[in-house]
Design a protein around this ligand. Structure first.
Ligand code: 13P
Ligand code: SF4
Length: 335
């Protein structure tokens, strides 16, 4: 989604008021509006674009040139043509993806602590070892890496995928055996949608993995007619309760188009903020958790990032080229 919206404190207050959160009082909104104005000014001066993931804080949405899910952000990063700098408001592996697709541009992540438990669950060394073992058993084996992994892991993969296109990517491969890293829940979901043999890794997203079927069931049974939208990083028993299993941006599109007006959103809580702000005439219930990595990014951090050009993402030429190959293959397969 492309954005450009008000920076007046009162207008910002009205906009954020829909979230019903005490933290966005009038004084805070005045201060945030001033920071937003300064970020926008500096962004033009530096010839920068700001790419923002759906899980970011709502005030960060106000400085975004583009807000989206991992697939949309990868596409957007591939299409950047008239900027010197990309500021990535998301987590480290996403900024690395932008860098791999834009080796000639400066890519900044405002806070280096913005990592990911899922990306941490697979190293390039462990993947290389496992791949060698499995190739002896299945010579046609191909490695599909969910983009939530390091650039080194992407470079060892045949192709990447995101939550929006994982099934489509697996189906497009000319191989019956797929090592799918690192998310075991997404791997299980893909296995439920394909006849190919999926060998999963033992990783998970700590945010989605802690959401329980009992939490979802409680809301589902208490609100007749509610549609349950779940992210495929959730456990299988949670996905079994869903009306639709979708990437974050696909949830936004589903809620916009659906005739239903009540939804239970089962993913990181930031997405509910986007839904509440963009679709105020519908009702959104939450069975969500916060990702503390995503929330490391703040407006003040974005301002400092533009002021001091920090923190720059660097990849070796070899890693960038390997990751780019796997990402470009995904982008050539997936709609
Ligand atoms: P989406 O690609 O569906 O936005 O999910 C990404 C995610 O979990 C990021 O951490
Ligand atoms: Fe990683 Fe999960 Fe946070 Fe996404 S929500 S960045 S997968 S820990």
């Amino acid at each position: 989604m492309e954005t450009e919206s008000p920076v007046n404190g009162a207008e910002l207050y009205d906009k954020l008021n829909v979230l019903e959160r005490d933290e966005y009082d009038a004084a805070t909104c005045d201060r945030l509006a001033a920071t937003i104005g300064e970020i926008r000014r500096l962004k033009r001066e530096r010839r920068a674009v700001i790419l923002v993931h759906n899980y970011q804080r709502p005030e960060i949405f106000e400085v975004a040139d583009f807000i989206g899910d991992s697939l949309e952000l990868s596409r957007k990063a591939q299409q950047v043509s008239d900027a010197d700098i990309i500021v990535f408001c998301g987590v480290h592996f996403m900024a690395e993806t932008a860098k791999a697709l834009n080796p000639q541009r400066t890519v900044l992540l405002p806070d280096l602590r913005a990592g990911c438990s899922l990306a941490d669950s697979v190293t390039a060394e462990a993947l290389a070892e496992r791949k060698d073992e499995l190739l002896k058993l299945y010579p046609d084996l191909q490695v599909v890496s969910y983009v939530n992994c390091t650039a080194e892991v992407k470079a060892l993969s045949d192709v990447c995928c995101t939550s929006a296109n994982a099934v489509q990517v697996v189906e497009a491969l000319d191989s019956e055996h797929v090592l799918f890293v690192p998310d075991q829940n997404l791997a299980n979901y893909v296995q439920s949608q394909t006849a190919k043999q999926i060998i999963s890794w033992d990783g998970n997203c700590y945010v989605h993995h802690q959401i329980t079927a009992a939490e979802v069931e409680k809301v589902k049974h208490g609100v007749p007619g509610i549609k349950v939208l779940a992210h495929p990083e959730c456990r299988a028993d949670v996905l079994a309760l869903a009306d639709a299993v979708l990437s974050t941006s696909a949830m936004v599109a589903y809620a916009q188009k659906s005739a239903a007006d009540k939804f239970l959103v089962v993913t990181e809580c930031g997405l509910s903020d986007r839904l509440l702000m963009e679709i105020p005439n519908k009702h959104f219930y939450k069975a969500c958790k916060l990702c503390h990595y995503m929330k490391m990014i703040t407006l003040d951090g974005v301002l400092d990032s533009l002021r001091h050009l920090r923190y720059e993402i660097e990849l070796t030429e070899e890693t960038a080229a390997g990751a780019r190959r796997a990402l470009e293959k995904m982008l050539s397969i997936a709609v």
